[in-house]
Design a protein around this ligand. Sequence first.
Ligand SMILES: [Mn+2]
Length: 325
Amino acid sequence: MNKNLTVTRIGEILRKEDDFLITSHFAPDGDNIGSCAGMYHALTSIGKKAVIVNEDGFIDRFRYLFEGTDVPFIKYSGDLKKKFSNVIILDTATYERIGKVKELIKKDACIINIDHHPANTQFGTVNLVDEHAASAAQIVLYLLEKNNIPVNQRISDSLMSGLLSDTGGLRFANTDKRALRDSLRMLRYGSDIAELNDRIFMRLSYDETVKVNRIVSETQLFRKEKIAITYNDQQNDPLIENEPVLMALSSIEEAEVAVFIRKTDKDRYKLSLRSKGGFDVNKFSSKWGGGGHRNASGIRFEGTYEELLNDLIGDLKRTALEYYA
Ligand SMILES: [Mn+2]
């Protein structure tokens, strides 16, 4: 199906059907939350029922996207019994990455897959995948505009927050002409980019700030490999968010690759990787069962910490040494 037909088809489904489940990958980031919130506000504004469910919890910093209402964002639990026929999955490369939310989806459900990850597996009934978009939120914006679904300020703020999150506040290499053109349109819908950036990037609580800095102070730098690595025991001492640590690591001049390792359970680790320029952390992560984008990706690792360091980090160091040689 070509892109225009796909966009029209999704528009028809949104207008014809009702009672939508909106979801995204576990450990949601700002683009997940912004895209889901934008889609939620768009659907409710045309009189539809919708709910957002994620395997993990809401990031409270994004509470402003639901000012004056209860946050319609539910953390998955086994108590949720309802199964949905109409599902919208946003900003998620594979069906597996929605995790336990799969339990809420009927076998024959209509799944709308809207994403910008290059590795997207086209798992939906309808797939709108555009790897040239800097954020999934921009694809939602395009979809709404093309289908004449009015974009009010609340929808715009949500989608702009997604775009700002995935571009580091319009600073990363993915900030292209399209990102700026879309930003300009959202500015016209009433979004205040400076205020949104402030809310997304400049509002860490005191406790979290101290903790982030403690974790960052333990960073190890491998100069030849240009890798900065730090660690947190998320299982026993969780951070609310990982992004501030990754931002601090990424701002180390000597490092081109930033790695944040979190222990999530016994012999289970989650890794977030960030890179500057050409080093492709998506390609590296794919080798280890993970994925993402060229400059931002994630991996889940099972094994001992020693195995993680020897095998995975060993491989990363060799790969980086070769790349930067
Ligand atoms: Mn995204």
